[in-house]
Design a protein. Structure first.
Length: 121
């Protein structure tokens, strides 16, 4: 429920999610549903994502959950997104710079336009 996943997982027991904020990620960490040291390859750790979301409240994280039916059950974060259309103009450049800095190690980085995105494969 915290991840906003509905329906059945895709084949392989994996479900994608988006729009995770700092509060819900904090609950996942507090309840032991997410490993703070877990990371998707070169992405920030989940604890680092949490710190980013706390410092950039306009940002949201995305990733995937592996079904509890599998031995490698986990929540992984691999994406940071900011929708600038919902951000006050005075914060936009700060957020654009922050996502560019954070996403320097990302496999895909978008800092032009109204949607800022860093994604780690």
């Amino acid at each position: 429920m915290l991840l906003g996943i509905s329906g059945q997982p895709s084949s392989g027991g994996i479900s994608r999610f988006a729009g995770l904020d700092a509060k819900r990620l904090g609950v996942l960490l507090d309840e032991g549903f997410a490993d703070p040291e877990g990371a998707q390859n070169e992405s920030p750790t989940i604890a680092e994502f949490h710190a980013l979301l706390l410092n950039l409240p306009e940002a949201r994280a995305g990733g995937y959950a592996v079904s509890e039916d599998r031995p490698d059950y986990r929540v992984s974060l691999d994406e940071l997104v900011v929708d600038l259309t919902h951000v006050i103009p005075s914060r936009r450049e700060t957020l654009r710079e922050a996502v560019a800095r954070i996403g320097a190690s990302a496999d895909e980085l978008e800092t032009a336009g109204d949607t800022l995105r860093a994604w780690w494969d």
